[in-house]
Design a protein around this ligand. Structure first.
Ligand code: HEM
Length: 286
């Protein structure tokens, strides 16, 4: 099984299946055999097949688990805490790993793909970024997270790519669990709510005419509040680490250029995660 390709195909199929909204609008229709299968259950079955990859990997990893050793990975650390925490069990372990894979793999890859396209279009920014990388890190080793504080332009580039690409612009839907009041607006229990991160990142006039220092805080690509992205901070900022190291390693070593007479297509595919279209670009070793 190829997790990356199968998962990619799965979200592509979801995007091409407008009938999936039937489950939201009229959930009782999902009980009908044909309608239920095409609107929801075939997607669920495909997702289960993809999840089998995670199940096998977790099981393989657990075979090497030794309770008294220092945990060397998330699965071992989780297993070690299981006896002292009633909320932790094997099913939850697999679900958590599955969440990390599903939520973490496509998002960072897609952001880096957008970064390549934006930097191919903006050679000035790309050169400036490369100059910073070469002056702080040099050419003989890769960037480390300990370099990050000295690399302000690289940090700004990652944030700006995230803002412009806005890959989860639709965000995830949440539901109020009790009556709530926000700035005088009453929101009853059980209301669906959506943090409109797309609006914040695409329309905030501060991004057009920056006059404040807090633009970094206004890039809310990982959403807001308690249920914001788990990859942003809680798992050692995994998403931020991947974006920073992935982007700087690429630009340190390669110049990205558009191909002659082939304009770069920045129109995203209409999917839940906004992905760029497959296309060719030119890459030169620096
Ligand atoms: C560029 C990369 C990423 C972006 C833009 C991104 C964005 C998001 C967004 C917008 C949400 C919805 C938050 C909400 O419901 O308000 C989310 C949730 C989540 N993300 Fe990420 N994410 C990224 C990478 C990752 C990585 C690397 C991981 C973990 C390995 C991860 C794990 C999760 C999980 C587990 C959730 C669900 C959190 C919950 O419901 O409590 N994400 N992400």
């Amino acid at each position: 099984m190829n997790y990356v390709e199968d998962f990619q195909k799965w979200i592509g199929d979801l995007a091409k299946s407008p009938e999936i909204v039937v489950g939201f609008v009229a959930p009782s229709l999902l009980k009908l055999p044909f309608i239920g299968y095409h609107c929801l259950y075939k997607h669920r079955d495909n997702m289960r097949k993809i999840c089998q990859y995670i199940v096998e990997n977790v099981q393989q990893c657990l075979e090497e688990y030794k309770p008294d050793d220092e945990p060397s990975c998330f699965v071992h650390a989780y297993k070690q805490r299981m006896p002292n925490n009633a909320f932790l069990d094997d099913v939850n372990l697999i679900s958590t790993c599955n969440d990390f894979f599903m939520a973490g793999q496509e998002t960072t890859t897609t952001t880096l793909r957008w970064a390549v396209l934006y930097l191919a279009l903006n050679q000035e920014a790309q050169e400036k970024l490369r100059r910073e990388i070469h002056s702080v890190v040099g050419r003989d080793r890769l960037t480390r997270m300990s370099d990050k504080n000295k690399m302000i332009y690289a940090q700004a580039t990652v944030l700006e790519v995230q803002r412009m690409a806005n890959i989860v612009g639709g965000n995830l839907t949440h539901r109020t669990t009790r009556d709530t009041v926000v700035k005088g607006h009453k929101i009853p229990k059980d209301t669906f709510i959506n943090g409109d991160i797309h609006y914040v990142m695409a329309r905030d006039p501060n991004f057009v005419e920056p006059d404040s220092q807090d633009l970094a805080d206004r890039v809310v690509a990982f959403s807001l509040g308690k249920r914001a992205c788990a990859g942003e901070e809680s798992i050692s900022g995994l998403a931020r680490v991947e974006l920073f190291l992935g982007l700087t390693a690429t630009i340190q070593n390669y110049r990205i250029l558009p191909r002659v007479d082939e304009p770069i297509d920045m129109d995203p595919l209409p999917m839940n995660i906004l992905q760029p279209r497959d296309q060719f670009i030119k890459i030169e070793k620096v």
